[in-house]
Ligand binder design. Structure first.
Ligand SMILES: [Zn+2]
Length: 144
């Protein structure tokens, strides 16, 4: 067997892998501990089965809402996941309090959902989404 042949195969394989989204190992998307600090207002901390600890503030998670409406809004304005909306340039600046959930609930065994103080509650934050959000492994920025 020639070395040339081996190199060819491995290059083709690596190209194939790059084209498909890599599934994350089960231990990376299975939380061992989930802390949602609503009263303290500090955000969400997840300790994953593989030992990594992820933390997000509530405003970041609100700005990364994965629902179709927020996704579309981000695409149109070119905002990244978790990136705040730009401050208005109007003379009269209305104060908007930082995003905070009124409650949070588990969706089956795969996700959590927040009821935000602004009334929004259609985003389903799957463990997979959150882990990729933490690692920056999601396609966040849309070209304008
Ligand atoms: Zn949303």
């Amino acid at each position: 067997m020639s070395h040339e042949g081996i190199r060819m195969i491995s290059r083709e394989e690596s190209e194939l892998v790059a084209k498909t989204e890599q599934p994350l190992p089960a231990a990376a998307i299975t939380p061992a501990k989930v802390k949602i600090a609503i009263t303290e207002g500090t955000g969400v901390t997840i300790t994953w089965k593989d030992g990594r600890e992820s933390h997000w503030t509530f405003p970041y998670l609100r700005d990364a809402c994965p629902c179709a409406t927020c996704h579309e809004e981000r695409e149109q304005t070119g905002r990244a996941l978790g990136e705040p909306k730009p401050k208005t340039t109007q003379l009269l600046q209305l104060y908007t309090p930082p995003a905070k959930p009124l409650s949070a609930e588990a969706i089956g065994r795969y996700a959590i959902k927040f009821k935000w103080a602004d009334g929004h509650e259609s985003g389903i934050y799957s463990w997979d989404f959150l882990r990729r959000l933490d690692e920056g492994a999601l396609p966040v920025k849309v070209a304008r």
